[in-house]
Write a protein that binds this ligand. Structure first.
Ligand code: ADP
Length: 667
């Protein structure tokens, strides 16, 4: 056996075996260190940002991850073809695959991360728990044995005591997890957890843990080098989660006292030290408010690593690469300082109003605020890119730093507010509502907080005021002026002579059920807008982008307006608004989709049928389960009725809009 340190050496060309935001993130640091970067991509990602950013890029294969980003043979062949000497796995995909780490090593490539043996030891939730138990790290009570039969699992659950949590042993991203509150539900939950685990990780082994009610999630960043140095870089708190997936992460934890911080960091060093860990990793704990219990180790960089970078001033990707070069870590434990507070929000292509259904399609508008001191945007997409149903729906992360937690939250809020994405639906308004929620500011939260507050966090927009109506008019005028090459309501319009009379033009807008009429008066003299009999002096000027400076009776304000056909997106100081412009000359199309049908909201695979044809069903009753973007989505009855027909079977791959079931409404 070779000594671990001989695995690492200086290299010049790095292949990044990933896509999206993480590939872009790694490329940025690698280039700054003078490395030559090689991207890999699938047929769906020909024009992706990570491909454009890298020095070289190699096509792996078809869109399906199995044929591209998860295909070890093709990635190794790509490395060989481009002369890459090292491979950075990013996170997700093959980042925690011991097989991939080993295959890289066998091919003479440096794997930027731990060895296959360390991944095997720590990468499995069951295996790492056994190790931690031996090392004396506190664990949640649970069963993590090999036997997976029904009796063993139900006896284990009974012994632990309900509620319990079933987890995929190979799990990640909250997939394959089920909370079980009563013994009767155990079997069906095991079946569905195993099914999801098999689909996501090709491994259906599960473990059972005591479900800690209303816990907090606390994790410690560690990094080790090949010279035996191992450091902890403080903790992150990731308690704001939905379906066990992190939504907002911050560092340091606002919950821990100084003594608790030291204790949890020491436990993390002990955990990583148990395998003489090399590379960046995270030790995760749940806390019931008093004690912390080890749940798992992630043997890779994490999505939320930027908050640690912002409070320590360390570039973790740079350090990962230095470790891979065989260098010792540049600082010692007592040289690592905690400075200020950082908080990150994950921007997803998903629709919170429709149970967070992933959203796919072309990004028609992508506007993010400029990165300034204390505001960082890690994006994997830009305007014109296509969000494909084949991959994870995370688009970007907005990260803010400030000397205090309160100021960091304000900065994040502003950063989110100044972000506009159109063409696909995103969770940005939901994130804004979340970070400004009183309980979040007060750190009065637990992992179930989002689920409980969902209605408040996804509630509909406020009604328009005259500001938004004036903004809508300015947007229409701006777009008309752009299309004819001059200002549509200029008195010198078209033929160059001054108009003698005052002219008016009426606009009508709809927001939900409400209709609003606005009259623009222009021509000789200053223009004005009439709303409900009130006259407002009106002028505007626009730049090249979506922003418009409005001047209403001398009060100036900046707004953002984007028009797509008859749909207007307006962002003002009052928030975001979607308005429908009722064009007197245009034809308004109505959506005639039949309400008695259940259609696939996105392309996916039918994984379970949950109701029988002929059955009487109540509104909200589960009809079938669809796997969309690796997540199971249960489609439910929109009203009381009888299930007339099921138009699909388990295993069917269905297209967006495909009719899956028909329900006859109750008379
Ligand atoms: P994954 O690897 O899929 O992300 P984890 O084991 O890291 O799964 O758990 C994800 C989240 O689920 C944790 O952050 C925590 O909120 C919650 N969780 C995990 N284990 C428990 C537990 N025993 N009791 C309560 N909540 C838990």
């Amino acid at each position: 056996m070779t000594e671990p340190h001989s695995l690492y050496r200086r290299f010049r060309t790095l292949l990044i075996a990933n896509r999206g935001e993480i590939a872009c993130r790694v490329i940025r640091s690698a280039k700054a260190m003078g490395l030559h970067t090689v991207a890999v991509y699938s047929e769906a990602d020909q024009d992706a940002l990570h491909v454009a950013m890298a020095d070289d890029a190699i096509l792996l294969g078809p869109a399906r991850a199995r044929d591209s980003y998860l295909n070890i043979d093709r990635i190794i062949a790509a490395a060989k073809a481009t002369g890459a000497e090292a491979v950075h796995p990013g996170y997700g995909f093959l980042s925690e695959s011991a097989e991939f780490a080993q295959r890289c090593a066998d091919a003479g490539l440096i794997f930027v991360g731990p060895t296959a043996a360390m991944i095997t030891a720590m990468g499995s939730k069951s295996g790492s728990k056994a190790l931690m138990e031996a090392a004396g790290v506190p664990l949640v009570p649970g069963y993590h044995g090999d036997a997976q039969d029904e009796t063993t699992l139900s006896n284990a659950a009974a012994k632990i005591g309900y509620p319990v949590l079933i987890k995929a042993s190979a799990g990640g991203g909250g997939r394959g997890m089920r909370i079980v509150r009563e013994a009767e539900q155990l079997q069906s939950s095991v079946v569905s957890a195993k099914r999801e685990a098999l689909a996501a990780f090709s491994d259906d082994k599960v473990l059972i843990e005591k479900y800690v009610d209303n816990p907090r999630h606390i994790e410690v960043q560690v990094i080790g080098d090949s010279h035996g140095n191992l450091l902890s870089l403080f903790e992150r708190e990731c308690t704001l989660q939905r379906r066990h997936q992190k939504v907002i992460e911050e560092a340091p934890s606002p919950t821990l006292s100084e003594a608790q911080r030291e204790a949890v960091c020491a436990a993390a060093r002990m955990a990583a030290g148990a395998v003489k860990y090399v590379g960046a990793g995270t030790i995760e704990f749940v806390s019931d408010g008093k004690d912390v219990f080890f749940i798992e180790m992630n043997t890779r960089l994490q999505v939320e690593h930027p908050v640690t970078e912002l409070i320590t001033g360390i570039d973790l990707v740079e350090w990962q690469l230095r470790v891979a070069f065989g260098e010792p870590l540049p600082l010692t434990q007592d040289q690592i300082r905690l400075n200020g507070h950082a908080i990150e929000a994950r921007v997803y292509a998903e629709n919170p109003a429709r149970n967070f259904m992933p959203s796919v399609g072309k990004i028609r508008t992508w506007r993010t605020p400029e990165e300034t001191h204390g505001l960082r945007i890690d994006a994997g997409y830009r305007q014109g890119d296509v969000v494909s149903p084949n991959y994870d729906a995370m688009l970007a992360k907005v990260i803010a730093w400030a000397p205090t937690r309160g100021a960091a939250i304000e900065r994040l809020h502003r950063g989110l507010d100044d972000t506009d994405v159109r063409g696909i639906v995103t969770n940005i308004p939901f994130l804004s509502a979340l970070v400004t929620h009183r309980n979040v500011r007060d750190n009065d939260i637990d992992t179930g907080f989002i689920e409980r507050e969902l209605t408040a966090l996804t509630s509909q927009q406020t009604t328009v005021s005259s500001l938004e109506l004036c903004a809508a008019v300015s947007a229409i005028l701006r777009d008309e002026a752009r299309s004819i090459g001059q200002d549509a309501f200029s008195p010198w319009r078209a033929s160059g002579w001054a108009q003698v009379s005052r002219r008016t033009r009426v606009f009508a807008f709809r927001q939900g059920q409400a209709e609003h009429k606005v009259t623009l008066q222009y021509g000789r003299g200053p223009s004005s807008i009439l709303i409900d009999g009130r006259e407002i002096g009106f002028a505007y000027s626009s730049g090249n982008d979506a922003t418009i400076s409005l001047d209403l009776h001398g009060a100036k304000t900046q707004i953002v307006a984007i028009i797509e056909g008859h749909e207007l997106y307006i962002r003002t100081r009052n928030g975001r608004f979607d308005l429908h412009w009722i064009d007197p000359f245009g034809v308004d199309e109505e959506d005639h989709a039949g309400e008695d049908r259940i259609v696939a909201p996105l392309p996916g695979t039918v994984v379970a049928l949950l109701a029988e044809v002929g059955a009487t069903i109540e509104k909200g009753a589960p009809i079938l389960t669809l796997e969309v973007m690796k997540m199971e989505q249960t489609l439910r009855a929109p009203f009381d009725g009888v299930l007339k027909a099921l138009k699909c079977k388990v295993g069917d791959i269905v297209q967006e809009g495909a009719e899956l079931a028909e329900i006859e409404p109750k008379a």
